[in-house]
Ligand binder design. Structure first.
Ligand code: NAI
Length: 731
C-alpha cells in the first residue's frame, strides 16, 4: 500500500484500528475546501478503504477553533464556466459518497468530531459521516449551510443528506436562510448525535467509533437515519412533522408553503433560493441519485451568475476591510483601554452597549442629570439581558459586562479616558461646548469622536485646542444591530486618530468605512436624492403603494416611504435642508415634506405619517396625505421606471461621492450602501450595479431622465468617463 504523503491532513492509526484524520490546511488559520485539501482527502479516503488495519475513523480538525468552514470561496470565484463547476462538484460528491460508504459498505464507522465552524462543505462532510459529535461550546461551534448567502446552494450532498437526517422542514429552514445552529440546537434537531466538552471531544469520538465497530451495522444504515434522528422522532412534534413529511399530500403542502414564504422574502431576486428548494424536492420525490444530479445542475449555473458574483464580491470586500487600517500612511492605532460616551440617549446608550458587549472596554456615560444616566444604563442593561435570554451569553458574563459601565453627571473619571464618543443633541454650540470641556479634563492623547448625523466635523472642531484629535464616528440606529460605522476625517484629523477610531470600530463589531468631511458624509448624501425623488414622484401623482412596492421588488427590505416614516419625516425634512444648503437645487427637497411637517406628521414616532398607525402598529396608507400634498394619486408609471428613477438617483450620487474623493474606494461605496442603506446585496452595491448593467446604460438612462425631469439627473462625470472607456468600478 502506498504510504500517505499529506500536506493538509494529519493522519494517525492507533493499535485498536481507529484512524484519526485531522484536517489542517497548510498555511491557513481556518480549514477551507480547495484543491489541495481535496486531493489529500481523496488520498486518505483511498487509504481508509484499502487498509484492513483501519476499523473505524475519527474525522476532526487540527485547527484551534475550526472544523471546516466550507469551500474555499477564492476557488469558487475563479470558476469561469458551468462545466468546470460541475466537474468540481462531481469530485466533491464522489469523495463524500466514498466517506459514507466507508460505513455502509466497508463497515468502518466514521465519527465526525466537530469543534468550531462546521459550515457549508464542512457540514456536508460531517453529514456523510455515520455519526457527529460536537463540542458543547455555544460560542465557537456552529453548524449550517450558509451557501445561500453567497448566491449558491449546498451541492456536495447537503440538499440530500440534511433533509434525510433532520427532516425536510428543518433542512429547508437551514438551507434557505443560511443561518447556522449552535450545539444545543443542533442536538435538539438531530443534526449532531452528541455534545461534549471540547477537551473530551476526541476521546468521546474515539469511544463511539469503537462502540459502533463492536455493535455492527445499524439496521437502517445507508438510509441516512441515525440514532440522533430516531431519538428525536420520539418527540410528539417530530412525530407530527414526520407524518406530514412521509405522505405525498403532506409534502406537497410543505413544499408549497416553503415556496410561498421564500418568494415573499426574496421577491424572486435570489435565484439560489428556488434552486435549493428544487434540489431538495427532487431528492425527496425522485430519490438520491436524481437529487445529487439536481444539486450539480443548479449550482453550476448559479456559481457563475451575477447574483453569486455580487454576493461573493461583497464577502471579499468585507474580508478586505477587516485588514484596512483606514489610513494611507503607516500610522498605528493607539490602545483604547477606557472610553466615555457623552449622552445616554438612543445613540449614546447603543454606543455604550457595543463598547461593553463587543469591545469589552470600560465606558463612562456622562449625562446632564441622574435620570439621563439611568436611561443610559437601562438601554445597556436591556440589550445585554436580551442576549442572556437568547442564551448568547451567560448571566455571569452579563454581570461582568454591566460592571464595565459607570455613570456621571460631572467630568469625574475622564482623566484617563482614551476615546470620548459624543452623542448629545444635534446642536453645534452644544457640541463645541462638549469639545472644550473634554479638552479641559483629558490628555493630548484622548480622541474626541462625534456621532453627529449632519453637522460638518470641521465646524465642531473649530476653535478646538486639539483639532487633530477630532473625528466623526457616525453610527446608525439601533447601534447594536446596524453593522456599519462611517468614520469621518477632516483635513486636520491626525492619521493615528483615524487608525485608532477604525480599530476601535472593528472591536465594536462594525464594518468601517472612512470618508471625507463633506455634508451628508457618504450614507446620508447617497440617500438624499433617493428620498427627494419620492417627493417628486408623489407630486407627479404616483401612489405611495406603487413607490414602496417598486423598491421592495427591486430588492430593498422596505420601501422608501415606509423608511421615511421610520426615520421621521421631520428628520428627513431637516436633512433635506442641510443638503439643499450645501448642494443647491440639485439636492433641493420638494416642498411636500414641509407641508407634512406643518400638518404635524412625523411618521411612526407620533403615529402620523404616510401610513396609518394604530397602537404603534402600521396599517395601510393614510389617504389624507394626498390632500395635504395637494395631489391625486392617479399616475401609473411602469414599475421599472420608478425603480430606475429612484435607484439611479442613489447610484449617481454615490458616484459623485467617489468622484469628489469623499469615498476612498468603490468598494467602500458598495459596502457602505449595503450595510448603511440596505441597498440590495444581490446587486452588489451601487458601483457593482453599474458594472453589471454597464456605465453606458446608466448614463443613457440618467440623461434621458435629465431631459424630461430636470438637471438633478445629470450623470456624474465619473460615470460618463467610465462609460466612454468601458471601464469597471470594481473590476
Ligand atoms: P437623544 O435625544 O436620544 O439623546 C441625546 C442625549 O444627550 C439625551 O439623553 C440628553 O440628556 C443628552 N445630553 C444633552 N446635553 C448633554 C450634555 N451637556 N452632557 C451630557 N449629555 C447631554 O438623541 P440621539 O438620537 O441619541 O442623538 C444623539 C446624536 O446622535 C445627535 O447628534 C444625532 O444627530 C446623532 N445621530 C442620531 C441618529 C438617530 O438615528 N437617532 C443616527 C446617527 C446619529
Amino acid at each position: 500500500m502506498a504510504k500517505l504523503k499529506l500536506d493538509n491532513i494529519k493522519f494517525d492509526l492507533d493499535a485498536d484500528g481507529v484512524a484519526t484524520v485531522l484536517l489542517d490546511r497548510k498555511g491557513e488559520e481556518f480549514n477551507s475546501l480547495g484543491p489541495e485539501l481535496r486531493d489529500d482527502l481523496v488520498a486518505v479516503i483511498e487509504h481508509l478503504e484499502t487498509n484492513d488495519d483501519v476499523k473505524a475513523v475519527v474525522l476532526g480538525s487540527a485547527k484551534k477553533d475550526n472544523f471546516l468552514s466550507g469551500a474555499d470561496i477564492r476557488w469558487l470565484r475563479k470558476l469561469k464556466d458551468a462545466d468546470t463547476a460541475a466537474e468540481m462538484l462531481r469530485t466533491a460528491q464522489d469523495g463524500f459518497m466514498r466517506i459514507e460508504k466507508l460505513t455502509t459498505e466497508h463497515g468502518k464507522p466514521v465519527v465526525a468530531a466537530i469543534h468550531g465552524a462546521c459550515l457549508g462543505g464542512g457540514n456536508e462532510l460531517a453529514l456523510a459521516c455515520s455519526m457527529r459529535i460536537a463540542s458543547n461550546d455555544e460560542k465557537k461551534t456552529q453548524l449550517g449551510q450558509p451557501e445561500i448567502k453567497l448566491g449558491v446552494i449546498p451541492a456536495a450532498g447537503g440538499t440530500q443528506r440534511l433533509p434525510r437526517l433532520v427532516g425536510i422542514a428543518a433542512a429547508l429552514d437551514l438551507i434557505l436562510t443560511g443561518r447556522s445552529v449552535r450545539p444545543r440546537k443542533a442536538l435538539r434537531m438531530g443534526l449532531i448525535d452528541e455534545a461534549c466538552p471540547k477537551e473530551a471531544l476526541f476521546e468521546v469520538a474515539r469511544k463511539r467509533a469503537l462502540e459502533a465497530v463492536h455493535a455492527g451495522p445499524e439496521p437502517d444504515s445507508g438510509s441516512g437515519k441515525t440514532i440522533g434522528r430516531i431519538r428525536n422522532f420520539l418527540a410528539p412534534a417530530h412525530l407530527q412533522q414526520l407524518a406530514l413529511e412521509e405522505n405525498p399530500v403532506g409534502r406537497r403542502v410543505l413544499f408549497s408553503k416553503a415556496e410561498e414564504a421564500m418568494l415573499a422574502e426574496t421577491k424572486g431576486n435570489y435565484p439560489a433560493a428556488p434552486a435549493a428548494l428544487r434540489a431538495v424536492k427532487t431528492g425527496v420525490e425522485e430519490g438520491p441519485a436524481a437529487g445529487y444530479a439536481a444539486e450539480i445542475d443548479e449550482f453550476k449555473e448559479l456559481v457563475v451568475g451575477p447574483e453569486a458574483k455580487a454576493l461573493m464580491s461583497m464577502f471579499f470586500a468585507t474580508q478586505d476591510m477587516k485588514k484596512d487600517t483606514g489610513v494611507e500612511s503607516d500610522a498605528l492605532p493607539r490602545n483604547v483601554a477606557k472610553t466615555a460616551v457623552l449622552g445616554g440617549g438612543l445613540m449614546g446608550g447603543g454606543i455604550a452597549t457595543v463598547n461593553t458587549t463587543q469591545a469589552g472596554v470600560p465606558t463612562r456615560i456622562k449625562e446632564v442629570d441622574e435620570a439621563g444616566v439611568g436611561r443610559g444604563f437601562a438601554y445597556v442593561s436591556k440589550a445585554i439581558n436580551k442576549q442572556v435570554k437568547r442564551r448568547r451569553i451567560k448571566p455571569r458574563e452579563a454581570a461582568k459586562m454591566m460592571h464595565l459601565v459607570t455613570g456621571t453627571t460631572d467630568w469625574s473619571g475622564f482623566g484617563n479616558v482614551d476615546l470620548v464618543i459624543e452623542a448629545v443633541f444635534e446642536d453645534l454650540d452644544l457640541k463645541r461646548e462638549m469639545v472644550a470641556q473634554v479638552e479641559a479634563v483629558t490628555s493630548d492623547e484622548t480622541v474626541f469622536a462625534t456621532n453627529t448625523s449632519s453637522i460638518p466635523i470641521r465646524l465642531i472642531a473649530e476653535g478646538a485646542k486639539r483639532p487633530e484629535n477630532i473625528i466623526g464616528m457616525h453610527y446608525f440606529s439601533p447601534v447594536e444591530r446596524m453593522p456599519l460605522l462611517e468614520i469621518i476625517v477632516t483635513d486636520q484629523t491626525a492619521d493615528w486618530v483615524t487608525a485608532t477610531a477604525v480599530a476601535f470600530g472593528k472591536r465594536q463589531g462594525k464594518t468601517v468605512i472612512v470618508v471625507k468631511d463633506e455634508p451628508g458624509f457618504y450614507v446620508n448624501r447617497a440617500l438624499s436624492p433617493y428620498m427627494n425623488e419620492i417627493g417628486w414622484l408623489l407630486e407627479e401623482g404616483v401612489s405611495i403603494e406603487d413607490i414602496d412596492a417598486a423598491m421592495v421588488d427591486w430588492g430593498f427590505p422596505v420601501g422608501p416611504i415606509r423608511l421615511i416614516d421610520e426615520l421621521g419625516i421631520d428628520v428627513a425634512a431637516k436633512v433635506g435642508k442641510v443638503m439643499t444648503g450645501a448642494f443647491g437645487d440639485r439636492l433641493a427637497a420638494p416642498a411636500g415634506f414641509d407641508k407634512l411637517v406643518g400638518d404635524d406628521r412625523m411618521g411612526r414616532k407620533n403615529g402620523r405619517g404616510f401610513y396609518l398607525y394604530e397602537e404603534g402598529e402600521r396599517k395601510g396608507v393614510d389617504p389624507s396625505v394626498y390632500e395635504v400634498l395637494g395631489v391625486t394619486p392617479e399616475t401609473k408609471l411602469a414599475r421599472t421606471e420608478i425603480q430606475d428613477r429612484l435607484g439611479l438617483q442613489m447610484v449617481n450620487e454615490a458616484a459623485r461621492c467617489l468622484e469628489e474623493g469623499i469615498l476612498r474606494s468603490a468598494r467602500d461605496g458598495d459596502i457602505g450602501a449595503i450595510f448603511g442603506i440596505a441597498f440590495p446585496p444581490f446587486l452588489g452595491g451601487p458601483f457593482s450595479y453599474v458594472d453589471r448593467i454597464g456605465a453606458g446604460v446608466v448614463v443613457d438612462k440618467l440623461s434621458r431622465f435629465a431631459e424630461t425631469h430636470g438637471d438633478r439627473y445629470q450623470p456624474a462625470k465619473i460615470l460618463t468617463k467610465h462609460a466612454k472607456k468601458n471601464k469597471l468600478f470594481r473590476g
